[in-house]
Design a protein around this ligand. Structure first.
Ligand SMILES: Nc1ncnc2c1ncn2[C@@H]1O[C@H](COP(=O)(O)OP(=O)(O)OP(=O)(O)O)[C@@H](O)[C@H]1O
Ligand SMILES: [Mg+2]
Length: 742
């Protein structure tokens, strides 16, 4: 044991003796590079070609607020490249720093980078150009009588005294001349063909003129509108039309395509908006693909975006490749895609590379996936890949028809209305069971998928539909974090009435209005199940005409014979409309209408516990016909989901009016969608009603609330002080006080 406790003594020779003993003369030593070499190496990264130098100088001119930029070049810019602008110019005293590395007027410290509003900010471009060519700068600022000029090489000003630039005559603005580009780097020069480089120069000029309505491309002059000229309210659509003209003029139809898809989109989640032009698949004759990506980054004092930064994003490019590959699987794919993205500068990193060309987005994966879905959706819609899409003409026609017809409207529901406890309106539903033969509403469950769990179903939701994805993003990102957290951990205390339950939130006892909560839950469920909705089949198909007839007799329809069309005309109009839209309704939402007989044959199973009940069906059908804007995909997904959730959340009627008989088990089956899936309407049988009450309580405690607990986004509106869905009844400490008194 002792041996272990003895300290071992390590004898080491002094470091210099060790060094002397080792022969390392063959290993090169590390030395610090001199500034000139560092700068030359760095210059090679920024100025890789004449077109790269031109890009930097155009960006400088734009940063200087120029309204007109003229470009001249000889031998593709290798011999001579000149760019003149009418921007704010360069102050005489700034000349010595102009070509020095990391000297800039655009940012002062690193934090400025978060909101950089200019193309440049690194103070490297002119310095780099001066390391690979001879540079002459002439500039005049507005309040100076004279212009000044100086030559630069290797970052230094070359004037006789090495200090001040020479005074000369000149117009306001800056002219930069670049001579003998890459004369000191013949390998680089050789690697670039003069013709090929000329093409690139034209492309740079073209790209920067893309956002400009006053472009004269034929002379390769880029005329930019004055800032005052730009009308921020000008619609993106109109701008895209102009862009299409420019694209066609510049690239020709072979290169750019004959037909384009115009995409304008925005999403609050990423605080982004996009304006894009895509060539339709299979319309491009050229084999080459073009992708122009601009990020808006120049703002005026009002924070309105004025100009775009031309960038590259390998991620987005690969996504576009894959999208077109899907539509042009045979024989390769090709495309012309122009994209102008507006994203707040805090959400993009442009400082990835000295050329500032590459960008990384915040939440890049998610963002790029969103873009991918959007493109697929837009292309699929325009190329008619979706069977339910109507052609534009008939959509337009339908709209006109609707506008010209004098139609009744179904009262638009105020979102807060049904959150209040006032349920009188619902009790006003006029039902005449003998005249309307409600028995015909008997519903049969669709058994084929009944053993699938809801979660399974949700996993197969088609997330390709951007409009749906957007709506899901909306509620998933509108969460009241605190309330969500407490709701996730709630304990179910008990059901007071079908409309009210008690939950325990930590130490608090909370009264919950079921209907508004259920409605929100169903809305979310509908959207998650779009295109994978299971169905209840009706025993007997129900004539849409008859349903509409019933609905127009109901007070909620607000039908007024004095101001509206005759009932028969309306019924016919709406029946045709629903038949016309039946593909949208069926494929997405499981609302199946037989086109031949114009009758309803199935309704969706949104959530097993909640059933469609007959009394509100006519008004639901009327709402589907007249409250949904089928011409706009973004809107109709939201509106139909809302209608469905409203219709299915009417628990009170469900509870009071009809009963269910099923396979006898207490769970899903007993409510009608189980093994034999039968549901029957039985009026006035008190016993069964009591059983039903018991069942509902059981469903709340064991199915609905546990499921909502983990699968529902509790939106901010529920946390609002005026919102009555969750009401605090008491806190545990108060109860203790009561107990103490007892
Ligand atoms: N055409 C111009 N008009 C007015 N000022 C200019 C012009 N070109 C360059 N400058 C001035 O010279 C400075 C250096 O330009 P340079 O392009 O090297 O750097 P930068 O634009 O600031 O950053 P980056 O290297 O990212 O482009 C600019 O900050 C600007 O003040
Ligand atoms: Mg610059």
């Amino acid at each position: 044991m002792e041996g272990f406790s003895k300290q071992q003594v390590k004898i080491e020779p002094p470091q210099n003796q060790i060094d002397a003993m080792i022969d390392d003369s063959s290993i090169p030593s590390i030395k610090k590079l001199d500034d000139a070499t560092i700068n030359k190496i760095a210059a090679g990264e920024v100025v890789v070609s004449p077109s790269a130098a031109l890009k930097e100088m155009i960006e400088n001119s734009i940063d200087a607020g120029s309204t007109q930029i003229n470009i001249l070049c000889q031998k593709s810019g290798f011999d001579f490249l000149q760019i003149s602008d009418d921007g704010h110019g360069i102050k005489r005293l700034d000349f010595p720093l102009l070509c020095e590395r990391f000297a800039t007027s655009k940012i002062s410290n690193f934090s400025d980078l978060r909101r950089v509003g200019s193309f440049g900010f690194r103070g490297e471009a002119l310095a780099s150009i001066s390391y690979v060519s001879k540079v002459t700068v002439t500039s005049k600022v507005a309040n100076s009588e004279l212009a000044y000029s100086a030559d630069f090489i290797n970052g230094l000003m070359l004037n006789e005294d090495g200090q001040s630039p020479k005074p000369c005559a000149g117009q306001q603005g800056t002219t930069i001349q670049v001579r003998d580009l890459f004369a000191n780097n013949p390998q680089r020069k050789k690697s670039m063909g003069v013709n090929e480089e000329y093409g690139k120069i034209v492309e740079v000029v073209t790209r920067y003129s893309m956002d400009d309505k006053k472009t004269d491309l034929s002379t390769h002059n880029v005329q930019r509108p004055s800032l005052a000229d730009i009308n921020p309210a000008e619609s993106e659509k109109l701008k895209n039309q102009l862009r299409i003209e420019i694209i066609k003029k510049t690239y020709g139809q072979n290169q750019a395509g004959r037909e384009f898809i115009d995409v304008v989109d925005s999403l609050d989640l990423f605080q982004y908006s996009l304006s894009s032009i895509l060539s339709k698949p299979n319309t491009l004759q050229s084999k080459k693909s073009f992708f122009l990506l601009f990020i808006n980054s120049k703002f005026n004092q009002l924070n309105l975006c004025l100009l775009d930064r031309l960038v590259e994003s390998e991620k987005i490019k690969r996504t576009i490749d894959s999208v077109y590959q899907q539509f042009q699987p045979k024989g390769g794919y090709n495309y012309f895609v122009y994209m102008s993205l507006f994203i707040p500068s805090e959400q993009i990193d442009v400082n990835v590379h000295p050329t500032k060309k590459n960008v990384i987005f915040e939440r890049q994966e998610e963002f790029v996936e969103y873009i991918q879905d959007l493109l697929i959706d837009k292309i699929a819609n325009t190329t008619g890949e979706r069977s339910y899409m109507l052609d534009r003409q008939s959509r337009g026609q339908m709209r006109e028809d609707l506008q010209s017809a004098s139609l009744p409207y179904v009262h638009t529901r105020e979102p807060s209305d049904h959150h209040k406890k006032n349920l009188n309106a619902m009790k006003m539903v006029r039902t005449d069971s003998t005249a309307q033969t409600l028995d015909r509403f008997l519903v049969q469950g669709n058994l084929s998928n009944s053993n699938k769990t809801l979660q399974d179903k949700q996993n197969v939701v088609s997330m390709n539909i951007v409009s749906v994805k957007k709506l899901i993003y909306e509620f998933e990102n509108d969460i009241d974090e605190k309330l969500q957290e407490t709701f996730r951990k709630h304990t179910f205390v008990g059901t007071l009435t079908p409309e009210q339950v008690l939950l325990q939130f930590g130490l608090e006892l909370v009264l919950v209005q079921v209907e508004p909560l259920l409605q929100e839950f169903l809305y979310q469920q509908v959207l998650r199940q779009v295109q994978s909705m299971e169905k209840y089949r009706l025993f007997n198909p129900l004539s849409i005409q008859e349903l509409l007839k019933i609905s127009l007799d109901l007070p909620e329809s607000h039908y007024n014979p004095k101001i509206h069309l005759r009932k028969e005309e309306l019924i016919e109009f709406y029946t045709n409309k629903l038949v016309d839209k039946s593909d949208i309704l069926n494929e997405n939402f499981g609302i199946e209408i037989d086109k031949e007989t114009a009758s309803l044959v199935a309704l969706p199973i949104i959530y097993e516990v909640v059933k469609p009940y007959p009394e509100e069906l006519p008004i639901f059908i009327l709402r589907l016909a007249c409250d949904v804007d089928y011409s706009c995909q973004n809107r109709y997904y939201h509106q139909i989901a809302e209608e469905l959730s409203f219709y299915y959340s009417k628990l009170v009627q469900l509870f009071n009016i009809h009963n269910v008989q099923g396979d006898g088990s207490l769970g899903l089956g007993s409510l009608g969608a189980g093994a034999n899936g039968q549901m029957a309407v039985i009026n006035g049988q008190k016993d069964l009603q009591r059983t039903r009450e018991e069942e509902l309580k059981w469903q709340y405690a064991n199915k609905l609330f546990p499921f909502m607990k983990t699968n529902m986004s509790i939106r901010k509106k529920f946390g609002d002080v005026n919102e009555m869905t969750f009401t605090l009844i008491t806190k545990v400490e108060n109860l203790y006080k009561v107990f103490e008194r007892c």
